[in-house]
Design a protein around this ligand. Structure first.
Ligand SMILES: [Zn+2]
Ligand SMILES: [Zn+2]
Length: 365
C-alpha cells in the first residue's frame, strides 16, 4: 500500500550516485531525403566502420579520411580511397565501439558535426542515418536549436527539462528510430559549444525530468501560446498520460504573435475543427507556417476564407515566449515548469528504489 506522505517515486539523487547515462536514437538529415552522404572524423581519432562483415578505419589526414555513401536501389555503395563496398547497412563508432566525433555531410547541401555512434541503412531508396547519442548531448543540442538568442538561462533550463522529459517518455513516433531532428519531434542540429547558454542549461538540470503520477511526461512545448495554452484534447492529439491544463498568462495576451492568412474554402474546411492534424496537413501542402497556430477565427471573404490568429505552434505545454517573460521577471525554471505543467513534479531520469520497498523493509525488518 502506498502512503500519501511518502516521497515521490523518482526522488532527487546526487549526480555521483546516478547509473550510466541513457542514450537516444535520432534519425537525422531526413529532410534532405539524401541519396549521398559523406562521413569523416571531426577530431584526430579514427572512425571504425563496419559493413558487410568488413571493418575499416577513417583515419584523419590519410587517403582513407572520408567515406562516400551512395544509395543504389536497396543497396549502400561505399567508396573509400578508390575501393568500393556494397552493403545493406553500415555501423560507425570510435575505437572501442564507443561514441565518436564525426562529420556527416549531404554533398552540395551541408555538413553537420555529431557525437555518438552512427548506423546508416536504406529505406525506400533513401539513405537513413541514425545517430545513437548521449541523452544529455541530445538535450543540449535541442535547447540550442529550439531557443532564440538572448533567452534567459532559467527559461533555457525549463526548455532543457521539457526536452529531456520528451526524450525519456516520448519515443515511438518513428519506426526506424526514436526521434527525428525536425520540429515534428524536436529540432536538433549540432551540439552547442561547451560553456554556451544552451550547454549550461542542460548541465544545470542534468537528469531532471517532469513526472506526473510517478511517470515521466512526454512534455510538449510551443513557440507562443497566444494568451492561453491548449490541451491535447483541444487539438485532437493524444495526451500520453498527462492531461495538461489550459494555462493563462497575461504576458502572452499582451505580447502575442498575431497572424492573418487567406486560404481557399477547401483548406479552411480542413482547418475548421482547429485540430493539429488539419493544420499539419495544410502546412505540409502550403509550406511551414502556412497556418501558424490552432488559435484563430475564420471569416468568409468571397470564395476564400480569412483566418485571423494568435500564437505560433500547436499551443500545448510550455510556451517559449511566456517562459522567457517569466524568466525576465525573475522566475526560476522550477516555477516556469510548475506554471505550464500544473500538478507535476520534478524527478530524475534514473529512478531511486521505489519507496514501497523501503517502507516494506521498515514494516517487515
Ligand atoms: Zn519526428
Ligand atoms: Zn504564452
Amino acid at each position: 500500500m502506498r502512503c500519501k506522505w511518502m516521497p515521490l517515486l523518482l526522488t532527487i539523487l546526487p549526480s555521483s550516485s546516478l547509473a550510466n547515462s541513457q542514450s537516444v536514437r535520432i534519425g537525422v538529415l531526413g529532410i534532405f531525403h539524401p541519396h549521398q552522404l559523406t562521413l569523416s572524423s571531426s577530431d584526430r581519432d579514427a572512425i571504425v566502420v563496419t559493413a558487410s562483415g568488413q571493418t575499416f578505419f577513417l583515419q584523419p589526414g590519410s587517403p582513407t579520411e572520408r567515406l562516400q555513401i551512395r544509395a543504389s536501389g536497396d543497396i549502400l555503395l561505399l567508396s573509400l580511397a578508390g575501393k568500393e563496398i556494397r552493403t545493406r547497412e553500415l555501423h560507425a563508432a570510435g575505437r572501442n565501439q564507443d561514441a565518436a566525433n564525426f562529420v556527416l555531410g549531404v554533398p552540395g547541401k551541408l555538413e553537420r558535426k555529431y557525437r555518438g555512434t552512427l548506423d546508416v541503412k536504406i529505406v525506400d531508396g533513401v539513405l537513413l542515418p541514425v545517430i545513437t547519442m548521449d541523452l544529455e548531448s541530445a538535450v543540449a543540442s535541442v535547447v540550442q536549436a529550439e531557443s532564440l538568442a538572448g533567452t534567459p538561462l532559467e527559461a533555457l533550463k525549463a526548455q532543457a527539462v521539457v526536452t529531456r522529459s520528451y526524450f525519456v517518455a516520448g519515443a515511438g513516433r518513428h519506426a526506424e528510430f526514436d526521434f527525428c531532428d525536425l520540429t515534428h519531434c524536436q529540432f536538433l542540429r549540432e551540439a552547442p559549444r561547451p560553456g554556451s547558454p544552451a550547454a549550461r542549461a542542460a548541465e544545470a538540470t542534468r537528469d531532471l525530468i517532469i513526472t506526473f503520477d510517478d511517470k515521466p511526461v512526454a512534455a510538449m512545448f510551443t513557440r507562443s501560446c497566444g494568451g492561453h495554452t491548449l490541451t491535447p484534447a483541444d487539438i485532437g492529439i493524444p495526451s500520453g498520460g498527462y492531461p495538461y491544463f489550459s494555462v493563462v498568462r497575461d504576458f502572452c495576451y499582451k505580447n502575442t504573435v498575431r497572424w492573418s492568412r487567406r486560404l481557399t474554402a477547401k483548406d479552411a474546411a480542413v482547418l475548421s475543427d482547429h485540430r493539429e492534424a488539419g493544420r499539419l496537413a495544410v502546412d505540409r501542402r502550403l509550406g511551414w507556417n502556412a497556418v501558424p497556430s490552432n488559435n484563430f477565427k475564420e471569416q468568409k471573404s468571397g470564395t476564400e476564407f480569412i483566418l485571423e490568429g494568435v500564437g505560433q505552434g500547436h499551443g500545448v505545454g510550455l510556451c517559449q515566449r511566456g517562459a522567457r517573460a517569466m524568466a525576465e521577471e525573475g522566475a526560476g525554471f522550477h516555477e516556469i515548469i510548475n506554471n505550464y505543467f500544473p500538478n507535476t513534479s520534478l524527478g530524475h531520469v534514473v529512478p531511486h528504489p521505489p519507496p514501497e520497498s523501503r517502507m516494506e523493509r521498515q514494516l517487515h525488518p
